[in-house]
Design a protein around this ligand. Structure first.
Ligand SMILES: *[C@@H]1O[C@H](CO)[C@@H](O)[C@H](O)[C@H]1NC(C)=O
Ligand SMILES: *[C@@H]1O[C@H](CO)[C@@H](O)[C@H](O)[C@H]1NC(C)=O
Ligand SMILES: *[C@@H]1O[C@H](CO)[C@@H](O)[C@H](O)[C@H]1NC(C)=O
Ligand SMILES: *[C@@H]1O[C@H](CO)[C@@H](O)[C@H](O)[C@H]1NC(C)=O
Ligand SMILES: *[C@@H]1O[C@H](CO)[C@@H](O)[C@H](O)[C@H]1NC(C)=O
Length: 442
């Protein structure tokens, strides 16, 4: 734990003017505090928004409302489920304070419990739900830039706060997210954006498309070794940088691998927008651009034609379904379903994280025509407070009705958000990936 925390600090310390500092305090309410600082001489009001949320607990959460607790009032068992825009959610507690001098220094300190947080500064913006990068009201922290390929692909910076059992422990729910803290040096894989040739692509350049790749620490050091390969998809309104920037997937993978819970695995995180010009261009940072979501079958066909062969040619990855998987969150879960149904033979493992699936789902005719559907390693997971809860149940019902075995998990603190999907990856890696089939056998 101490090692983890030092590693986190070291990362932040790389930048002398680090704008965000996570500090161990050894006192209530959470055992940790986070200091933000931002310089702007002309601003008259600065809020911290873009993903920093209010808290709730198991007794104050419904599908449309949450406790709306300020982190300064944190109690063990509190977690966040996103903002519903209700009256309490509008009481925005993350308001920066301007120093008395004329240096334009804005600061804010808050306790926070274990977990992933993303943020951007909201400058001269009174409605945190309506400020955008286009109007200059949403400012990315210049000292903690997001992980991204090209500028505009990500609009929030992120950090992880460690767990402290003394202040955050609760007997009813495990809210320790330290599996997403940086692993010690030597156990860290590499993560980077990659451009590949994809005829027809309209971003980041004509006929050039992008993905992010995670290579395990061991990669390249064992002659001739071929690694299992996981494709991991973002959801609607996202891109292939999301999993690292908002979900710290490389830290989760490092910790799975170093703990002996998962074989070293290569992970490719593709981007499903802008594959061709049939839909308007979608750029993450452009909030005025609500591009339609691409059709899963079209994404699948494009990946099969350009992405999958390119990855196979450029990395030391194995080339059989038993060591290849596809997973994704939300619309990426819908895409995973498409791969499960229509690219069944290419993959042995499927992770449907908060899947945005809907009827008609597979039926006995689908199974009769494609019996392999019943011998794959399938994981269906979503949050207890997830707005696709019903969709997840329905998908499970369809699989149950056909006698198809799979593993499932309802994340007890989960909404349709990154802490749920981090949890999904953590358990998918331990319980499903590359495990002997059927994965339901203990
Ligand atoms: C400073 O605030 C102004 C609004 O007063 C904003 O337009 C500008 O982008 C901000 N500058 C920086 C460097 O964040
Ligand atoms: C990918 O291509 C874009 C557009 O040419 C470029 O800005 C970006 O730096 C490239 N990324 C990588 C990782 O090569
Ligand atoms: C943002 O999206 C809008 C609507 O699609 C478009 O008109 C505008 O040119 C885009 N801006 C940038 C910087 O891409
Ligand atoms: C995908 O599979 C379903 C179910 O077998 C089938 O109805 C559909 O036509 C397939 N889609 C494509 C594009 O092949
Ligand atoms: C699927 O189930 C329906 C209703 O139980 C049945 O009528 C039909 O013959 C079945 N089809 C196949 C291909 O097994």
């Amino acid at each position: 734990m101490a090692l983890h925390f030092l590693a986190t600090l070291a990362l932040l310390a790389l930048d002398a003017s680090a704008a965000v500092t996570v500090r161990k305090t050894g006192r209530a309410p959470t055992g940790y505090e986070v200091d933000f600082s931002y310089t702007n001489t002309t601003a008259s009001r600065v809020l911290i928004g873009g993903g920093l949320q209010l808290f709730t607990d198991e007794f104050h959460t419904t599908l449309t409302s949450s406790g709306g607790f300020d982190p300064r009032d944190y109690r063990p068992g509190d977690f966040y489920v996103g903002s519903f825009g209700g009256p309490r959610d509008r009481a925005w507690p993350y308001e920066m304070v301007r120093s008395s001098g004329d240096d334009g220094l804005w600061t804010f300190t808050t306790p926070l419990p274990s977990g992933i947080y993303s943020f951007a500064y909201l400058v001269d913006c009174d409605n945190p739900f309506a400020c955008s990068i286009d109007t200059g009201q949403l400012v990315i922290d210049p000292d903690l830039p997001p992980y991204r390929n090209v500028q505009g692909d990500q609009v929030a910076s992120s950090f992880q706060v460690p767990y402290d059992a003394q202040f955050q422990g609760t007997p009813t729910i495990d809210l320790n997210f330290d599996y997403a803290l940086s692993a010690p040096a030597g156990s860290r894989g590499t993560i980077k954006p990659v451009n590949y040739t994809s005829p027809g692509s309209i971003h980041p350049a004509p006929d050039v498309h992008e993905f992010s790749v995670y290579l395990p620490a061991e990669y390249g050091s064992v002659a001739g070794k071929k690694y299992p390969l996981l494709y991991l998809s973002h959801g609607a309104g996202g891109n292939g940088d999301d999993w690292e920037n908002l979900g710290r997937m490389s830290a989760i993978m490092d910790n799975l691998i170093r703990g002996g819970l998962l074989d070293p695995t290569v992970v490719v995180m593709p981007s499903f927008y802008n594959l061709d010009s049939s839909l308007p261009k979608f750029i993450y940072g452009n909030m005025s651009n609500f591009a339609p979501i691409p059709d899963p079958a079209a994404i699948r066909e494009n990946y099969q034609k350009y992405l999958f062969p390119w990855v196979q040619d450029h990395y030391d990855v194995c080339d059989e379904p038993g060591c290849r998987g596809f997973a994704g969150l939300s619309w990426g879960g819908r895409l995973t379903y498409e791969m499960y149904i229509n690219a069944t033979d290419y993959f042995g493992y499927f992770g449907l994280f908060s899947p945005a699936t809907s009827a008609p789902l597979l039926d006995n005719g689908t199974l009769a025509a494609n019996p392999a559907l019943a011998d794959r390693g399938v994981f269906v997971t979503y949050g207890l407070y997830d707005f696709v809860f019903d969709a997840g149940r329905e998908l499970q019902g369809a699989l149950d009705g056909l006698g198809i075995e799979y593993l499932s998990r309802v994340t007890p603190f989960g909404s349709h958000y990154w802490n749920t999907w981090q949890d999904a990856l953590w358990w998918f890696g331990q319980k499903v990936l590359w495990k002997p089939l059927p994965v339901t056998r203990r």
